[in-house]
Design a protein around this ligand. Structure first.
Ligand code: AQP
Length: 336
């Protein structure tokens, strides 16, 4: 009997260096899932330009993000890895979804509010309709599951609404209703400088994040400087509740060591942060070091990464084109 593998899709923007947040919230989970699902992983360059990117920097970041995925353990023989702009069906379906999604739905998206900040009028319209493109990224492959960090939960709910409305509007049962896969001890890694803000590639403060390109010394320095409070590490999770910086570091420790946050609290409870930070720096360097090294090697072998992206794009085009054709047919576009 042939077993049917369900399909996952997920992506990362090449809008800067990959961070520990991208790794723990997303990429590491992709590695864990890649054998159980038919897997499609995308460097979402169309999303990246919703905020202006220097073209040469964008090209390099696209290769670097792909290298980071492979160095983290994504197997290009098992999975499709490509960059989004090379598969036109994403943008084509996004247009249809622009016509399905309601403005009221987009107005509720917190990521737009956070990224546009006070200057909403000056934000690109691409940033506003970003979630529609994200829905298209997933639906153009009829993916059933999407492994992401906690911050993308709202966008996935919107993806479900769009799929449902499309199915209802056209009286079809065409798009699956996707399930988010959000798991691990660090589903939302916070800034090292502010435990209430997400660790982000584009945060102006370098010390707010650990990059997958950081070496052992840089990691140790950033962790040493990480904001904490003056209380000792607690022994229970309840006592961590209103201590966002402490909670963040404990969660990172737990995720990197494949333990629970409670386990980490039990080990370090009652101690100050100095020893804990030294151990966390050591742990981070030992987990990330081999990835960084492999990533550097891959970035030096540009043609290898380019070839993987080229082959991945080809496969993604072959998969998406017939689905787009069906969608055009449902919508009523005359196809010659
Ligand atoms: N801090 C985080 N904690 C857990 N997961 C995270 N992800 C991102 N940051 C964290 C997850 O990584 C995947 C790729 O994210 P993205 O690069 O497409 O976009 P983003 O969420 O907007 O990430 P950044 O780093 O904050 O990028 P910029 O600064 O360019 O906006 C997603 O699955 C995301 O959940």
């Amino acid at each position: 009997m042939t077993t049917f593998k369900q399909r996952i899709f997920s992506g990362v923007q090449p809008s800067g260096n990959l961070t520990l947040g991208n790794y723990l919230g997303a990429i590491r989970n992709w590695v864990a899932l890649q054998k159980s699902y038919e897997s499609i992983f995308c460097v979402v360059d169309l999303h990246a330009i919703t905020v202006w990117q220097d073209p040469e920097v964008l090209r390099n970041a696209t290769r670097e993000v792909a290298a980071g995925m492979i160095a983290s353990g994504i197997d290009p023989k098992e999975c499709i890895i490509f960059n989004q702009s090379q598969v036109p069906a994403h943008a084509e379906l996004a247009w249809i979804f622009n016509c399905v999604a309601r403005i009221g739905w987009l107005n509720r998206m917190t990521q737009f509010k956070e990224k546009a900040g006070k200057n909403r009028e000056g934000a690109s319209s691409g940033l506003y309709v970003y979630p529609n493109l994200m829905a298209a990224d997933i639906m153009i492959y009829k993916a059933t599951h999407v492994p992401v960090g906690e911050d993308q939960k709202q966008h996935l709910e919107l993806t479900r609404d769009i799929a449902q409305k499309f199915n209802n509007d056209y009286g079809v049962d065409f798009f699956p209703i996707v399930e988010p896969l959000i798991f691990g001890e660090a589903t939302r890694v916070m800034s090292l400088r502010d435990g209430t803000a997400k660790m982000s590639k584009s945060d102006p403060s370098e010390n707010s994040r650990i990059n997958l390109t950081d070496d052992r010394d840089v990691i140790a320095k950033k962790i040493r400087k990480a904001k904490t409070d003056s209380e000792p590490i607690p022994e229970t999770l309840t006592e961590l509740k209103d201590r966002p910086e402490a909670q963040n570091l404990i969660n990172i420790f737990a995720a990197l060591s494949d333990r629970t946050a409670l386990d980490v609290c039990t080990q370090y409870g009652g101690m100050g942060f100095a020893t804990f930070k030294n151990d966390l720096a050591e742990l981070s360097a030992s987990v990330l070091g081999p990835i960084t090294e492999e990533m550097k090697k891959l970035c030096d072998e540009r043609s290898y990464v380019d070839q993987i992206l080229k082959e991945g794009s080809q496969k993604a085009r072959e998969m998406s084109e017939p689905i787009l054709k069906d969608i055009y047919n449902i919508v009523g576009f005359l196809q010659s």
